[in-house]
Design a protein around this ligand. Structure first.
Ligand SMILES: [Ca+2]
Length: 490
């Protein structure tokens, strides 16, 4: 009896394997020499992505060769992956496709679908949108030139990954040339419904006319990490009417490109902002903002406010240039935000809108004298009126697009921020010891900061990947590094 049962199970397993194997087909598409009457093999590919998708069964893969595809693409079959041919970059081109203002050029609308390795450009609406689907992924895509969102994670999506993407020239409807009826879009956005568990990782979002990355309307639990975000018209990184957003280890800056000024000359879009614009009850709480590097965003490095932010922990960030705009609102009570262990370096401009009882400040380093910092932002164990001795002392006012290194934010050995931070512990504060390989160009480390002495540092902790006992390399005083210090062997 036992033997017979085992045999039955064995046969069943073989049947399942055989069934899966026969279902997981791969189709090929090539714009240059394909034909939709072909069989869709590598030797005889289809011509259009749409033809491949029409043939796809759950679990299939469609591999697309280099070429331009003037198609609106919808992946509506579960577990279908749309992938570039290795080493080639197919282009989905929307310049001849009409549609509504938010119509996506590429859509993922079924569970487990993915798009990987494409360029998506010139959409009259959005670039790539995941909508009403779970466990989807957008990987290694370049989205260039969209009237609204570059990449959107919208309406009841769960467990979404957006990884290693570049998004640029988004929300072109708000370009200076066409501005008039502003309409809103972001480089990468979540929103328009109850999304949960979104990860946006190692994406480069720049030179757009809306927000950079926005975790928005009714999103619960999102992580934005290791991204590089610069020169966006509005906030570079924004949480609005969301909850439990984690923003960590992002490199954020403005280069003062007038193409992206918001209004008056020099008004570079803000850095990180937390708000609850529509005052939605149950949202605006639980955000964690740590380990971010923000430079040259002028108007604000970090903004907290906008009706009902609660339980926001903002710690160990380094902000250079800009001001902390902390907007009072009736629903933002003292303790709504805890702002600790951050470095705030300011130029000659006024430090505006700080405090107003909306946040609890402690153990921050301010480059300006105590008398110039809003008393509402004073806290115990603060450090005032000192240069934090970051690696890149000159040069913050002349940042160049795509040429800012995280290592520039490293503390020099004589930095007054070393061993002066407030010790923060789990579970409220993230306690991972080591993070490596980020776009910061130096490696990243938070909280376990014993490398620079036993105490905890103030600011986002960046070290250059030298020997264990080494401090950041120092350029010659007065020299603009121009690039991260070269690594030398221990
Ligand atoms: Ca230390």
């Amino acid at each position: 009896m036992r033997k017979r049962r085992a045999t039955t199970i064995g046969v069943l397993a073989m049947t399942v394997l055989a069934t899966v194997r026969s279902e997981a087909a791969t189709f090929y598409v090539a714009a240059t020499d394909g034909n939709d009457d072909h069989a869709g093999t590598l030797a005889a590919p289809f011509k259009t992505i749409g033809r491949g998708l029409s043939r796809a069964a759950p679990g299939d893969t469609i591999i697309v060769r280099a070429g331009t595809y003037p198609e609106s693409v919808t992946v509506a079959t579960e577990r279908v992956t749309l992938k570039n041919y290795p080493g080639e970059r197919p282009i989905v081109d929307g310049s001849s496709i009409s549609g509504g203002p938010y119509a996506p050029l590429v859509s993922l609308t079924a569970n487990g679908t993915a798009v990987d390795g494409f360029m998506v450009r010139d959409s009259v609406g959005c670039g790539i949108v995941v909508r009403k689907a779970d466990n989807c992924a957008v990987r290694r895509c370049v989205v260039d030139g969209t009237s609204r969102h570059g990449i959107g994670v919208l309406i009841d999506t769960h467990h979404t990954l957006v990884e290693d993407c570049e998004v640029r020239r988004h929300n072109t409807c708000n370009m200076p040339e066409v501005r008039g009826k502003p309409s809103w879009g972001s480089g990468i956005t979540t929103g328009a419904g109850r999304n949960a568990d979104v990860t946006i990782r190692r994406c480069n979002v720049h030179e757009g006319w809306g927000e950079g990355i926005c975790v928005s309307r009714l999103t619960d639990t999102a992580r934005v990490e290791y991204c590089e975000i610069y020169d966006n018209f509005s906030a570079q990184l924004y949480a609005d009417t969301a909850r439990n957003a984690t923003f960590r280890y992002n490199l954020i800056y403005g280069t003062r490109n007038p193409r992206f000024y918001r209004g008056r000359t020099g008004n570079v879009g803000g850095g990180i902002a937390l708000a609850n614009e529509v005052k939605k009850k149950g949202y605006g709480h639980g955000h964690r903002v740590y380990g971010n590097l923000v430079a040259g965003t002028v108007r604000q490095c970090i903004s907290v406010g906008g009706d009902g932010i609660e339980d926001a922990l903002i710690y160990n960030n380094t902000c250079v240039g800009g001001v902390v705009a902390c907007v009072q609102s009736a629903r933002l009570q003292p303790g709504g935000a805890w702002i600790r262990n951050n470095i705030f370096v300011h130029g000659s401009g006024k430090i505006a809108n700080v405090g107003h009882g909306c946040a609890s400040f402690e153990s921050n380093l301010w480059s300006r004298p105590r008398s110039e910092v809003d008393p509402m932002a004073h806290g115990p164990a603060d450090i005032y009126g000192v240069d934090p001795r970051l690696l890149n002392v000159p040069g913050w006012d002349t940042l160049s697009p795509g040429a800012v290194a995280g290592a520039w934010f490293a503390l020099r050995p004589d930095s007054p921020a070393r061993d002066r931070g407030l010790r923060l512990s789990a579970p409220n504060y993230c306690a991972e010891a080591l993070e490596a390989g980020s776009v910061w160009t130096g490696s990243v480390r938070t909280l376990d900061q014993s490398r620079y002495g036993a105490g905890w540092e103030i600011g986002a902790f960046v070290y250059t990947p030298l020997g264990a006992a080494s401090a950041p390399r120092q350029p010659e005083d007065g020299a603009h590094p121009g690039a991260p210090a070269a690594e030398t062997g221990p």
